[in-house]
Design a protein around this ligand. Structure first.
Ligand code: COA
Length: 171
């Protein structure tokens, strides 16, 4: 399955579908529709969606930390159950990083993401990304679980750092 032609930046009318897609994963924290609206408008350049004939199959939300514009912080990655295992998440991540690098005139970009220790698919996604681009991946402690739930219901969220990606840009 070739996903490239279904990928695009999100726009304001995507916010509800984005929240629904995240909700349907059953494992990601679901944010308000308003927060997805912000991602689809103010942060659209650092986000990507897969829209196959009006059906949202995947998304990545991300942003550039204000003090570190060379970093693409990947916030949420979601792929609809029926589209999993077809390379969609990997294709979205490659396309988003390529787009961000073009916007930064080819300057290096480093990808960061927090991933719970038990999320194997997510770790596989970022590990595969590092391998494809021939860059190192490091992990260090970041957000402790109690910051997200003082009652202890949330795992720690260590941060993965992948890059910097410096290869010459494709078109
Ligand atoms: C994680 C998720 C986005 C992967 O989407 P996907 O489109 O199925 O992933 P891809 O087909 O692009 O596969 C990417 C890599 O992950 C691996 N992978 C995918 N699903 C996997 C699974 N269930 N277990 C182990 N590895 C898995 C693939 O083998 C591939 O590895 P490779 O690059 O070494 O070949 C999807 O499973 C999902 O939405 N999960 C629920 C939400 C979530 O956990 N998001 C991650 C937060 S960052």
């Amino acid at each position: 399955m070739s996903w490239e032609r279904y990928l695009r930046r999100p726009c304001e009318t995507d916010a509800v579908a984005m929240r629904r897609l995240v909700d349907a994963t059953g494992v990601l924290d679901v944010n308000s529709t308003y927060s997805y609206l912000l991602m689809a408008t103010d942060f659209a350049k650092s986000c990507i969606v897969a829209d196959r004939d009006g059906e949202m199959c995947g998304l990545i939300t991300g942003y550039h930390p204000p003090e570190r514009p060379e970093v693409l912080f990947v916030w949420q990655v979601a792929v609809a159950e029926r589209a999993r295992g077809t390379g969609l998440a990997a294709t979205m991540l490659d396309a988003l990083v390529n787009r961000v690098r073009h916007a930064r005139h080819g300057h290096p970009v480093t990808v960061e993401a927090t991933v719970t220790p038990d999320n194997r698919p997510s770790r596989a996604l970022f590990g595969g990304f590092a391998r494809r681009h021939g860059v190192p991946i490091t992990e260090r402690p970041h957000f402790a679980g109690e910051l997200l739930d003082p009652a202890g219901g949330h795992h720690d969220e260590p941060i993965l750092r992948i890059g910097p990606i410096t290869a010459a840009l494709a078109d």
